[in-house]
Write a protein that binds this ligand. Structure first.
Ligand SMILES: [Zn+2]
Length: 107
């Protein structure tokens, strides 16, 4: 007769303070329709450094974008070198400083 002694100290947890479900109000969204965001790539930057509303890094892959629409062409020129994040669609122009390899970026 083995008596199982389960000595689990189950403390009565304090009731979680559940926030009201409907209390999560969205931040005041500045609605700028179709605003194209164009950033400049940092030297050797290969992934997106945009952060979302929660502060999470996007880290999407920057892909060369060839067939961009007219509205983008008006901003960067025709047949320009442009990269686009695969996630948030932020555009990245190549950094002109990328040629200078002596340039050291310090944070
Ligand atoms: Zn991104």
């Amino acid at each position: 007769m083995a008596e199982e002694t389960s000595s689990q100290s189950t403390k009565p947890a304090a009731p979680p303070q559940a926030p009201p479900a409907a209390a999560v109000a969205p931040p005041a969204a500045a609605t700028e329709p179709k605003e194209i965001k164009i950033k400049v790539r940092k030297p050797k930057q290969r992934s997106c450094d945009e952060k979302d509303a929660k502060g999470k890094l996007c880290a999407g892959h920057l892909k060369r974008w060839y067939d961009y629409p007219k509205e983008v062409e008006g901003k960067i020129g025709k047949e320009a070198e442009i990269y686009r994040c695969e996630f948030c669609k932020t555009l990245y122009k190549p950094d002109p400083k990328q040629m200078l390899h002596s340039f050291t970026l310090r944070y």
